[in-house]
Ligand binder design. Structure first.
Ligand code: NAD
Length: 479
């Protein structure tokens, strides 16, 4: 098997250690072998990016557009193949994998356009004879560190704006899913970017991630991952005065009111909580349901969950693929025990399943009779496990929805315009969904949250410029 290499200063280079990428649907299937960079190579990638930064920072919008547009075109043309690779290494179903790959292509297309929309402000000075101009400039070198659960979309929504705004990139994908990161890097490597503008360094967080965080030339770090790692990123960046943005966990509420359309509420809850095996930061793991609809809602969700097919991610007809790895599976199983120990009732699922191949299969689990103080409702589980919390009315539902350390996405199922409007205004979350699942967003508008979920500037859309640029105010005395 050929070992997929790192891309540093325009060259493909081997690493020390080799990472075997295993298919979670079939543990006998090795997706590929990937070279892990060492700290020295990560340092070389940072140095190459720093050397390329001045020229790339002055590159024309046309050059940036051409590169990003070509990358987007190729990803879209290869969406089926890339989606298959994604599903094979991460365990999302094939339609979800293809959808994510297509989204990565659309993101590059969007940011190709953003490269052309580089604007500023010319402002009348308060002093005579002076012109003030406000413009945006690149940060320089940006470190990009991504999680395993969206192996192509998250890298795309960080790399594309970084390049569009004239930055050089050192990218580290999650060690668990290097395949999509490598495939994306291979496409980027042929897009005509000067050597050093884009670098791929695969490997562990403790070695490669740490070298990026502490690389003196890295002016900004864009991170998505867990709260614990996010805190380390923050500490390292604050310590040396680097800019950073963090997208972290969620414990997203989905409120179902008595007046909801039951079919809509059930579809939103099942999709939001369990699709992609519940491994989404926007998953609705807390289903907050008013008492008039509670029993009907629970019965309908259980019926729907029992009909879902949990199987090989690549198989036709699979609704839910496997959990990503043994560690995540152990975490899911331990929260199932914690929930039962706390007095929650397991209405369905939570069983370890055997399929034709050995994989990390778990049936979607629904807890009922839970309250918001339980650990299963406070801590992110990140698996196919959700809880129903029964509440009296809308006011209590809103209070419970907001009673959390997180604030990424928040949803409601209702036919009441009054409650929908009130919820949109008062949900303490970066994203609010009305009669839609908490997960599933557009690629051209801001993405991000509040409280423990996010820190720093928003990602995606034109708001991405906030992170990937620094503002300059220039005064000219024209006499
Ligand atoms: P993680 O924190 O374990 O890893 C994320 C990345 O950080 C990986 O590339 C990892 O190698 C790297 N890393 C780990 N230790 C590091 C260190 N000391 N220094 C530098 N880098 C280090 O997270 P994960 O398990 O890959 O992803 C799951 C988490 O990501 C969940 O908590 C989920 O909610 C979150 N997530 C959030 C969003 C969002 O936008 N809010 C999106 C997707 C996933």
């Amino acid at each position: 098997m050929t070992v997929h290499q790192n891309f540093i200063a325009g060259d493909w280079v081997g690493g020390g250690d080799v990472n075997r990428n295993i298919n979670p649907s079939d543990l006998s299937d090795v997706v590929g072998e990937y070279a892990r960079a060492d700290a020295g190579q990560a340092g070389q990638a940072v140095a190459a990016a720093a050397a390329a930064a001045p020229a790339w920072g002055r590159s024309t919008p046309q050059a940036r557009f051409d590169a990003l547009d070509a990358i987007g075109t190729e990803i879209l043309a290869r969406r089926e193949e890339l989606g298959r690779l994604l599903s094979r290494e991460e365990g999302k179903t094939l339609p979800e994998g293809i959808g994510e790959a297509a989204r990565a292509g659309q993101i590059f297309k969007f940011f190709a356009g953003e490269a052309l929309r580089q604007t500023g402000d010319v402002v009348a000075s308060v002093r005579p004879g002076i012109e003030a101009a406000v413009t945006r400039e690149p940060l320089g070198v940006v470190g990009i560190i991504t999680p395993w659960n969206f192996p192509i979309a998250i890298p795309a929504w960080k790399i594309a704006p970084a390049l569009a705004h004239g930055n050089c990139v050192v990218f580290k994908p999650a060690d668990l899913v290097p395949g999509c990161g490598w495939a994306l890097a291979e496409i980027i490597s042929r897009a005509g970017l000067p050597a050093g503008v884009f670098n791929l360094v695969m490997g562990s967080g403790a070695v490669v991630g740490d070298a990026i965080l502490n690389g003196p030339a890295v002016a900004g770090v864009s991170f998505t991952g867990s709260v614990d790692t996010g805190r380390k990123v923050a500490a390292a960046c604050v310590g040396r005065g680097a800019k950073f943005q963090l997208e972290m966990g969620g414990k997203n509420p989905f409120v179902v009111l008595d007046d909801a359309d039951l079919g809509t509420a059930v579809e939103c809850a099942v999709n939001g909580a369990f699709f992609s095996t519940g491994q989404r930061c926007t998953a609705s793991s807390r289903l907050i349901v008013t008492e008039g609809i509670h029993d009907r809602f629970v019965a309908a969700v259980v019926e729907r969950l029992n009909a879902l097919v949990v199987d090989d991610a690549l198989k036709d007809g699979t609704h839910i693929g496997p959990v990503v790895d043994q560690r995540q599976l152990d975490q899911d199983l331990s929260y199932l025990e914690i929930g039962t120990g706390e007095g929650a009732k397991l209405a369905c699922g939570g069983e370890r399943l055997q399929r034709a191949t050995e994989g990390f299969y778990l049936s979607p689990a629904l807890f009922t009779e839970t309250d918001n103080a339980m650990r299963i409702n406070r801590e992110e589980i990140f698996g196919p496990v959700a809880s129903v919390i029964r509440v009296k009315d809308y006011d209590e539902a809103l209070a419970v929805a907001n009673d959390t350390d997180f604030g990424l996405s928040s949803g409601i199922a209702t036919t009441s315009l009054k409650h929908a409007a009130h919820f949109r205004r008062n949900a303490e979350a970066g994203m609010v969904m009305v009669n839609l699942p908490t997960a599933g967003v557009d690629y051209h508008v801001p993405f991000g949250g509040r409280k423990g979920s996010s820190y720093g500037a928003r990602e995606q859309g034109s708001y991405a410029a906030e992170f990937y640029t620094t503002v300059k105010t220039a005064y000219t005395f024209a006499g």
